[in-house]
Design a protein around this ligand. Structure first.
Ligand code: PGA
Length: 259
């Protein structure tokens, strides 16, 4: 499967800054980016996740060349859900992916596995590829609970989801302690977690589903310096990039590392 790189701009930019950064992405895409990198062309998918009310602006800068991802989605379909953004509304703005269950949402607004599960169903119904985030906190890691936490999050979000194996799925391993810390995971730890995720997903569905439709990506202080060794890990098929994605040059440098 193609490697996937999602730039998660979080809530860090205002409208002008989002537009400016989108413009820089577009220049890299056109000059030094995907079209200028024959070795990479056809080997990777890229998406950008800006603040959702800026979708129309960013989309018009990208001119449909770079797809969008949302940073979240409602667990509900259309209806009386004040403040929510439905998956169907996201598709109207050309949104191809939705980040779901990011630790910043699990922690700051208490998102539960059950809610996350419903969000995945909404994505599947609306043909948006869900990017399910899983990962342990520093305290959980210190207690040796990494595997247990990840398996619980995977089962909580995916078990008995009848959209699978029909629908594509992205799982982002994002250790909470690594996010925004400048310290990415080491390749050996990442290797163990990737194997665990593969076992977990194959066990709930089939190995064929995992091989054909599931991509594991990594997020947490991924940057141009550490991307090559992270991408060399078996079963790791891309990156979810926060801080480093705010620098267009660095983000596109990461893309050139795809072999
Ligand atoms: P970071 O964020 O790259 O700044 O660590 C990644 C993320 O939270 O998706």
């Amino acid at each position: 499967m193609k490697k996937l790189f999602i730039a998660n701009w979080k809530m860090k930019l205002n409208l002008r800054e989002s537009r400016d950064l989108a413009q820089k992405y577009l220049s890299f895409y056109q000059r030094a980016g995907l079209q200028g990198l024959p070795a990479q062309a056809g080997k990777l998918d890229v998406a950008v996740a800006p603040t959702s009310i800026y979708f129309p602006e960013v989309r018009s800068v990208f001119n449909n060349l770079i797809p969008l991802s949302s940073q979240d989605v409602s667990a509900f379909g259309n209806g009386a859900y004040t403040g929510e953004i439905s998956a169907s509304a996201l598709t109207e703005f050309g949104c191809r992916y939705a980040i779901i269950g990011h630790s910043e949402r699990r922690i700051n607004v208490n998102e539960t596995d059950l809610l996350i599960k419903k969000k995945i169903s909404q994505c599947a119904e609306n043909k948006i590829i869900p990017v399910l985030c899983v990962g342990e906190t520093e305290a959980e890691r210190k207690k040796g609970d990494t595997d247990t936490v990840i398996l619980k999050q995977l089962h909580g979000a995916l078990e008995n989801q009848d959209c699978f194996p029909g629908t594509e799925l992205v799982i982002a391993y994002e250790p909470v302690w690594a996010i925004g810390s400048g310290n990415a995971v080491t390749p050996d730890v990442l290797q163990n977690v990737a194997r665990l995720i593969k076992r977990g997903v194959s066990g709930m569905f089939t190995e064929k589903f995992f091989d054909d439709k599931v991509r594991i990506i990594y997020g947490g202080s991924a940057d141009a310096k550490n991307a090559a060794e992270i991408l060399a890990v078996t079963h790791i098929n891309g990156l979810l990039v926060g801080t480093a994605s705010l620098n267009a040059k660095e983000f596109f440098e990461i893309l050139t590392l795809v072999k």
